[in-house]
Design a protein around this ligand. Structure first.
Ligand code: GLU
Length: 446
């Protein structure tokens, strides 16, 4: 086979979100796994809805996620190619003019439904004579152009769904060119796939019927038909449609909320597959575990709390050198000792700020057991403090007060950190230092 080439083809009409990041990721992983080419294709033929700001936002978000591309094309630069293809199809009798208005088409579909017929375009335009057409055009009507499907079964071996057949006779002849001369997505996509040597089209299963029609367009243009893989769609945690919510699940928003690129990618790669959701520490790990065969037919469930769990897991194992710069940008000090003490207690990196505040103070202590706290303050060892300080101190407090278990640890934690839960006290203690620990144990803010 020729060099593997895939593409991610977003329309720059909005921000990337958790739904369209999956085709981006699947295509990217496929390319990287097989040493192929990954093309970013901006589907911007809908001029009214596409804009450069969104194109730029898509590039930025892909960069941030770490999904680099080898080539970028935009459809608005390639209109000549589409015109050429349209002419070729016209010459072959596969693209024909039709004059119905959207209202007329809708009325016809209603009638068909009322008669229990499928609402398929009846090809009335094919029966028009030259005279009819001249008359319609004299009335000021402009034609749109439909692809004349060959009424036969179209079959392909889908890399996710297996053997697929679509009866082209059950589809309407797709409109390829609008009355204003602009293109719908169907033709440009095929023209580009041929021109760019795309070998595998990996996209959502909302495109399955399109594939039936597009395979015929590939053939009519003399291009070689690529492999197809249609992945399952995303639904919410309860199986509900994400529809409008997708707008709020943008990559931008997730980035602002402190989610890590690798958490988003690990989660997106695993949901709706036979793999468990795993926090992968590198893109290489993700590439390693990726396989289209693992994608299931059932929808992929997206659950924000699960994604946040992956994010937490990723950070719990993250070595200091990988977060040092970001921590200092957040204004968090304390070096490696601090990070190792708190990483098990963060969901997003900025949670470290809360613990840094606990270390630095001021913390308003909560005194639940005054007698214990007073005794503990009296028994605080001299500095310097290190990893052994905690055990020596706690043994002494235990012996002096007779407290143990929760009755010992919980009041100390409340006094020293002002919180009921958090990182191991033994690790926090040397970071907070004797002076502040003593003041807090005696019930004063420090
Ligand atoms: N622009 C199309 C979409 O976002 C591309 C589909 C495809 O991958 O062919 O749905």
């Amino acid at each position: 086979m020729s060099e593997i080439a895939v593409r991610f083809a977003p329309s720059p009409t909005g921000l990337l979100h958790i739904g369209n990041i999956r085709p981006a990721l699947f295509n990217w992983l496929f390319a990287r796994k097989h040493g192929g080419r990954f093309v970013l294709r901006l589907d911007d033929t809908d001029i009214a809805r596409s804009c450069e700001e969104y194109a730029e936002a898509i590039r930025e978000d892909l960069h941030w996620l770490g999904l680099d591309w080898d080539e970028e094309v935009r459809q608005s630069d390639r209109l000549d190619l589409y015109a050429e293809a349209a002419e070729k199809l016209k010459a072959a009798g596969r693209l024909y003019p039709a004059y119905e208005t959207p209202d007329e088409l809708e009325r016809r579909r209603k009638r068909q439904r009322a008669q229990g017929l499928p609402p398929i375009y009846d090809r009335a335009a094919l029966k028009l004579t030259d005279e009819d057409r001249a008359k319609l055009e004299a009335e000021g009507r402009k034609p749109h152009w439909r692809f004349k499907l060959d009424h036969r079964e179209v079959a392909w071996d889908d890399l996710i769904r297996g053997e697929q057949t679509i009866d082209a006779g059950s589809l309407s002849d797709p409109i390829l060119v609008r009355a204003d001369g602009t293109y719908l997505y169907t033709l440009p996509s095929v023209v580009d796939d041929i021109a760019l040597g795309i070998t595998h089209v990996i996209r959502g299963e909302d495109h399955v019927a399109n594939s039936g029609a597009q395979i015929q367009i590939f053939e009519a243009l003399g291009g070689s038909v690529p492999w197809f893989a249609h992945h399952n769609m995303l639904v919410g945690a309860e199986g509900e449609s994400l529809g409008k919510r997708l707008g709020t699940l943008s990559i931008r928003q997730m980035r602002e909320d402190g989610l890590e690129p690798l958490a988003i990618l690990s989660h997106s790669a695993a949901i709706g597959t036979s793999d468990p959701v795993t926090a992968h520490q590198s893109l290489d790990e993700l590439i390693e575990s990726f396989d289209l065969d693992k994608v299931s037919r059932a929808p992929a469930r997206f659950d924000m709390s699960e994604l946040r769990g992956v994010n937490a897991k990723l950070l719990h194992e993250r070595p200091y050198e990988k977060v040092a710069d970001e921590l200092s940008a957040l204004g968090v000090g304390g070096g490696e000792a601090f990070w190792l003490a708190v990483r098990g207690n963060v969901t997003v990196l900025s949670d470290a700020l809360e613990w840094w505040q606990v270390v630095q103070g001021p913390v308003t202590p909560v005194i639940e057991d005054e007698e214990l706290c007073e005794a503990a303050a009296d028994l605080l060892p001299r500095e310097p403090w290190d990893g052994t300080t905690w055990k020596a101190w706690i043994d002494a407090v235990k012996a002096e007060t007779g407290r143990k278990g929760r009755a010992l640890f919980h009041p100390l934690r409340l006094a020293i950190t002002g919180r009921a839960a958090g990182p191991e006290l033994g690790a926090l203690l040397p970071l907070i230092g004797r002076e502040k620990v003593a003041v807090r144990l005696r019930g004063n803010a420090a």
